[in-house]
Design a protein around this ligand. Structure first.
Ligand code: B12
Ligand code: SF4
Ligand code: SF4
Length: 383
């Protein structure tokens, strides 16, 4: 197959936007593979500072992440796409209902990886048909690709002070996807930073996870703590998590550019109504099979039942709702130390001093896990 002539690519480029829109994408722009030279240095600084926490996969893939040409030497153009997933109402409304769990907007529906990847493949296949040849690779958070700097370099928006991509047309409720191709398109111009003097996202962060504007310490971010982090959450951070049981949207939701954001129009990205404010007691009562079936097709299933229960128990501990004590107590003998430990903490937050002593007398003696034993000791100090 002959390589497409540049004139053909200009024609294809004009048709690409319409095809992307037809597939549900909000916008489509192109970056050159060498357009994010600075991002590698920032990534290195971020890793060096320990801001990745225990996401070891960020460091082990850093060289390819920093340089698309290291990931795929044949790449000549990177087509970046946004897809809108804005909520219908106030994304933070459930934070006012402590007996319910707040699930971040991006996880209230089908797993976006599945929804977007299929569309990227369709767009990529269309492109290859138009060009009469070439190669593509599609990515949506599925490979070591720095999607935000690439999207900014392509002109889809800018990385706001909260580090996520914001666009003047779409605000910050945007997923990103990438098509790498060996077709040599002319790159689009980058967008400027339009944060101005605003710092709303930095100020609202419940855990003060931004050591400086445009830098996030993931170890303090509730999204990291509830999704990526596998172990015990530091005791001083637990009260700040409130009822956020999967991810966090505070810094996105407060962004003034969201007045231009579109709600999700793809049916697969519209919120499941039962995931907008699910009751904590009901979630805590699910066994492993019920958890898997309830969250089938949802990104929440990926973290597994024990980690999810850890999050639910932190929220129960923060609820100040004594009627949820029973739900916490039921997990004091759970097989997972992570769940037992958080059950101890939640009981300590909800039970009376006398009840805490009774629980300890009943359950702590048989405990062998050092971290759970530490939770029992801390409960004694608090009680
Ligand atoms: C790791 C990761 C996380 C981590 C770390 C987040 C982070 N900010 O790095 C955690 C688990 C915390 C996370 C949380 C979330 N994530 Co996330 N995450 C990613 C992932 C896989 C990689 C991001 C990355 O490369 N981080 C490394 C840092 C160094 O890169 P950076 O953030 O771009 O940093 C830039 C600047 O901050 C600056 N910088 C950084 N350090 C320094 C230091 C100095 C000195 C200077 C000057 C500058 C500087 O330069 C960097 C390069 O341009 C991407 C998918 C992908 N493959 O890209 C999704 C992605 C970024 N996540 C996404 C989403 C939706 C979220 C959440 C909103 C989910 C939620 N509701 O809970 C939150 C938002 C939290 C936040 N404020 O960032 C979307 C964002 C879409 C968008 N519009 O931008 C992405 C792109 C996935 C997708 N395909 O849609 N995420
Ligand atoms: S997602 Fe939440 S915890 Fe993380 S930086 Fe944003 S506001 Fe802070
Ligand atoms: S809230 Fe303000 S500072 Fe943060 S990304 Fe939006 S405009 Fe920028």
């Amino acid at each position: 197959m002959n390589a497409p002539r540049l004139r053909d690519l200009t024609k294809i480029r004009r048709a690409l936007d319409a095809k992307a829109a037809e597939l549900g994408f909000a916008a489509c722009r192109i970056a050159a593979p060498d357009a994010i030279a600075q991002a590698g240095a920032h990534l290195a600084q971020w890793l060096e500072a320990g801001h990745a926490g225990d996401m070891d996969w960020m460091a082990s893939t850093a060289a390819r992440r920093a340089d698309p040409l290291a990931l795929w030497p044949q790449v000549r153009s990177i087509i970046m796409l946004t897809l809108a997933y804005g909520p219908e109402g106030d994304a933070l409304a459930t934070l006012q209902q402590p007996a319910c769990g707040n699930i971040s907007v991006y996880a209230r529906h089908r797993d976006y990886h599945d929804v977007i990847k299929g569309r990227l493949k369709q767009l990529g296949q269309w492109l290859l048909r138009q060009a009469g040849g070439g190669e593509i690779k599609v990515f949506v958070d599925t490979a070591p690709v720095m999607e935000k700097p690439l999207a900014a370099a392509a002109g889809l928006g800018w990385q706001g002070r909260h580090t996520n991509l914001v666009s003047r047309e779409g605000g910050s409720w945007l997923f990103l996807g990438a098509i790498f191709t060996d077709l040599p398109f002319t790159p689009d111009a980058p967008e400027q930073d339009h944060c101005g003097s605003c710092r709303a996202c930095l100020d609202i962060c419940p855990t003060q996870a931004f050591p400086a504007p445009y830098q996030l310490d993931a170890r303090r971010c509730i999204s990291y703590l509830t999704i990526e982090h596998k172990g015990f959450i530091a005791p001083e951070l637990r009260p700040l998590i409130g009822n956020r049981i999967y991810g966090c949207d505070d810094c996105l939701a407060v962004c003034p550019w969201n007045k231009f954001a579109a709600s999700a129009h793809l049916i697969q990205l519209q919120a499941r109504t039962d995931l907008v404010a699910p009751g904590l007691a009901a979630l805590a009562a699910q066994d492993d099979a019920q958890f898997r079936s309830y969250f089938s097709g949802s990104p929440i299933k990926r973290i597994g039942h024990a980690r999810f229960l850890r999050n639910v128990l932190v929220a129960i501990g923060n609820s100040r709702d004594a009627s949820l004590l029973e739900a916490a107590r039921n997990h004091l003998h759970h097989a997972s130390p992570l769940v037992r430990g958080m059950a101890v903490w939640a009981c300590g937050r909800l039970a009376s001093r006398a009840a805490c002593h009774d629980l300890k007398a009943r359950y702590a003696a048989g405990e062998t896990d050092p971290q759970v034993l530490a939770e029992w000791r801390a409960l004694e100090v608090a009680a």
